[in-house]
Ligand binder design. Structure first.
Ligand SMILES: Cc1cc2nc3c(=O)[nH]c(=O)nc-3n(C[C@H](O)[C@H](O)[C@H](O)COP(=O)(O)OP(=O)(O)OC[C@H]3O[C@@H](n4cnc5c(N)ncnc54)[C@H](O)[C@@H]3O)c2cc1C
Length: 390
């Protein structure tokens, strides 16, 4: 997000002095580099929401950008599979949402239609979204960084912002390599977005709670089980899409992710636990309210994370041939999930403002897909909020 916003800002203001501060030594090492790699078409999101609008626009722009920059991508399409009658009403609602959002080519399919597209999948009804696809989002981030550099901006890695002080006409950002003074700042800090927003004077609500999402991958000899992308019908009250099977641009087929509350905002390994992150999660009233409501879902997720056969069984609901011997462990991502004080899992993108700063406070999936469209939205806000001519 930060790089997408930076490239848009400098394209609009070619004479501005612009610098991206990145805390890691490499770019794109958190959510952008650890996700399902799917260009979402906009099926799921409530019509009229920012997420819906920016996803449909963003997907189209993402395909064009990948094409232009030679980034690996494919509009391979996706099937959402209902396996039980109780899911049919939700499938209908998804179809209604997709149509209202203007998702291109969306169509309802029956059991035979599912098999025609995905010969190893089984279901009683489905939705086919031919505009859904896959892309290498790490390569996208690298190209965004290149665009920033080519336009005269700077990308400084190893510069985790630790403190924010207000000057008379600037913000002073302190980091490992010194201090950067900026007239205006756009904060896009993923799993750490709430901390920087609060340090800049924003409301602590919502807080970011990390959810670890582990993936399995199909053994190379079993990749023929999946041609493109196979998704379940999600629970509309949760911001997670459920365990899905996704072809990757480099040929692998991923299964996942799980969604398990994690002990650190960078808990790529289960062993990574950070005292401050655990404290922030447990001290937040929203955490306990969420747990009271979702404990049963939490137990299921814990089983998926702990017992590989249970994880595989969840995916075998719609690809019945899948067996525990067909999979091997893959990587994990950590989702920056914004959690409101009242226990609500915040689903839409959230942007906010403090003096001389804009904050991308919540940029969950499909923010990788929508990054170019979100960047335009943030830059429009920046033009309203900041006097960039000075
Ligand atoms: C498991 C999983 C699967 C997903 N699947 C998809 C998908 O298929 N399609 C899709 O569109 N989206 C998907 N998403 C969502 C998508 O990956 C994110 O919405 C998107 O990458 C968010 O980008 P970001 O820049 O906000 O966050 P990040 O990529 O996490 O980047 C935040 C950056 O801020 C830096 N930072 C943090 N704190 C500081 C600081 N103090 N100072 C300086 N720098 C700092 C971090 O080092 C990091 O580089 C998925 C996410 C997850 C976790």
């Amino acid at each position: 997000m930060g790089l997408a916003v930076a490239r848009e800002l400098i394209a609009r203001n070619p004479h501005a002095s612009l610098c991206v501060l990145e805390r890691e030594d490499e770019i794109g090492t958190h959510q952008t580099g650890h996700n399902s790699g799917v260009i979402h078409a906009g099926v799921y999101y409530a019509p009229g929401s920012l997420k819906a609008r920016l996803c449909v626009e963003g997907a189209k722009e993402m395909y064009e950008y990948c094409e232009l920059r030679g980034i690996a991508h494919e509009a391979c399409g996706k099937v959402i599979v209902a396996t039980e009658r109780s899911e049919l009403q939700r499938l209908e609602e998804l179809e209604r949402r997709g149509r209202a959002n203007g998702v291109p080519g969306l169509r309802r399919i029956d059991a035979a239609g599912i098999e025609a597209l995905e010969p190893h999948a089984r279901g009683i009804a489905g939705l086919h979204s031919p505009a859904t696809g896959i892309a290498d989002f790490s390569a996208v981030a690298a190209c965004y960084a290149r665009d920033v550099l080519d336009a005269g901006g700077t990308v400084a890695t190893g510069c985790g912002v630790e403190g924010i002080a207000r000057g008379r006409r600037s913000l002073r950002l302190s980091h490992a390599r010194g201090t950067t003074e900026a007239g205006h700042v756009v904060f896009c800090a993923g799993a750490w977005a709430d901390r920087l927003a609060v340090a800049a004077g924003a409301d602590p609500d919502p807080r970011i709670v990390p959810f670890r999402g582990a993936y399995l991958r199909l053994a190379p000899a079993r990749r023929e089980l999946v041609r493109s992308l196979i998704y379940p019908v999600p629970d509309p009250s949760l911001p997670f899409l459920g365990v899905h099977l996704t072809k990757h641009v480099h040929g692998e087929v991923l299964i996942g992710p799980t969604a398990l509350m994690a002990g650190a905002r960078d808990a790529y390994s289960l062993r990574t636990v950070r005292r401050r992150d655990v404290f922030d999660t447990l001290a937040w009233p929203g955490t306990w309210r969420m747990l009271a409501r979702w404990w049963a879902t939490g137990v299921t997720e814990l089983r998926h994370a702990a017992v590989r056969s249970a994880f595989v069984r969840a995916a075998a609901r719609y690809v019945p041939e899948l067996a525990p011997g067909d999979v091997e462990p893959a990587f994990a991502g950590v989702r920056a999930q914004a959690l409101a004080r009242d226990g609500r899992l915040v689903d839409d993108f959230v942007f906010s403002r403090t003096e001389r700063a804009l904050h991308v406070r919540n940029a969950p999936s499909p923010a990788a897909t929508s990054s170019l469209a979100i960047a335009r939205h943030v830059c429009d806000e920046a033009e309203r909020a900041f006097d960039l001519r000075s």
